[in-house]
Design a protein around this ligand. Structure first.
Ligand SMILES: *[C@@H]1O[C@H](CO)[C@@H](O)[C@H](O)[C@H]1NC(C)=O
Ligand SMILES: *[C@@H]1O[C@H](CO)[C@@H](O)[C@H](O)[C@H]1NC(C)=O
Length: 249
């Protein structure tokens, strides 16, 4: 009798657990983070500018944000790329693309974390970047110069834009970031994680993609959301099934 009751419970709980898992997973898909300039919900944005245009079918950024992402010292963050002299264009385009991904992508849900800074409630942490995107970023920035490893913290903001703090020496990127992984992971305090996965593998987020082929990051987010949401409930319920069935015989 106890066994029959267990079986009944398992059969009743299963769909509920599955539904809960699906809800948890869906809340990680097609979302915008709660940060400084993001829209509340993703949607089409016909007028996205320049390098951000890849996201025009479905974006968390507005046209204004996409345009501002291309300006030096834009109103977005007043951030000065040229804090140790002009950043070469071939390097800057990667930081612009990084800004476009951050502001526009609706596929970063699995890596959104709460944060309690004055300017945003949520951030991204450990987004698995495709190795080629990270390596090209590093290659193209070899001639660029900076004075800091972590660009999120420790600047002198007294003039309204970021300046190198006293004592921080301007050096070529290769001395500040000895490897591609060091650059991608440390520059924005671990927003990105360097991965061995290749572009097109479905296991890493692409900063760059060909929009004619669709947005490859949709499938990547789904893959990691499934992994994150498939917690213990289902396996536990399944483990309970055989004894319950055996006891009925
Ligand atoms: C974007 O919007 C901000 C705030 O409303 C404004 O100050 C800025 O000039 C706009 N930028 C462009 C390029 O329209
Ligand atoms: C910050 O920058 C201002 C203006 O350039 C300078 O006067 C001040 O000494 C700097 N402070 C620090 C801690 O670097």
């Amino acid at each position: 009798m106890a066994a029959a009751r267990t079986l009944l419970l398992v059969l009743l709980a299963w769909p509920a657990a599955t539904a809960a898992t699906a809800t948890a997973r869906d809340s990680l898909l097609n979302v915008c983070m709660d940060a400084k300039h993001h829209k509340t919900r993703p949607g089409p944005e016909g007028q996205l500018y320049g390098q951000c245009v890849l996201w025009k079918e479905n974006a968390c950024c507005t046209a204004n944000t996409s345009l501002e992402a291309h300006q030096d010292q834009s109103y977005l963050y007043n951030f000065n790329w040229d804090h140790c002299g002009a950043m070469p264009e071939k390097c800057k385009r990667h930081f612009i693309q990084d800004t476009c991904l951050y502001e526009c992508s609706p596929n970063l849900g699995p890596w959104i974390e709460q944060t309690d800074t004055s300017w945003r409630k949520e951030r991204i942490l450990h987004v698995p970047l495709c190795r080629e995107d990270c390596e090209q970023w590093w290659e193209d920035c070899q001639d660029a110069v900076t004075c800091k490893v972590n660009w999120h913290k420790g600047w002198n903001w007294t003039t309204g834009t970021n300046q190198c703090p006293r004592g921080a020496m301007c050096q070529k990127f290769k001395f500040v970031f000895p490897t591609a992984a060091a650059l991608c992971e440390q520059v924005w305090s671990h927003s990105y994680r360097y991965t061995p996965h290749h572009r097109g593998s479905g296991r890493c987020i692409q900063m760059w993609f060909d929009p004619a082929q669709g947005n490859p990051n949709v499938a990547v987010a789904r893959y990691y959301a499934l992994g994150a949401a498939a917690g213990p409930p289902l396996p536990v319920l399944l483990a309970l099934l055989p004894p319950a069935l055996l006891a009925l015989l």
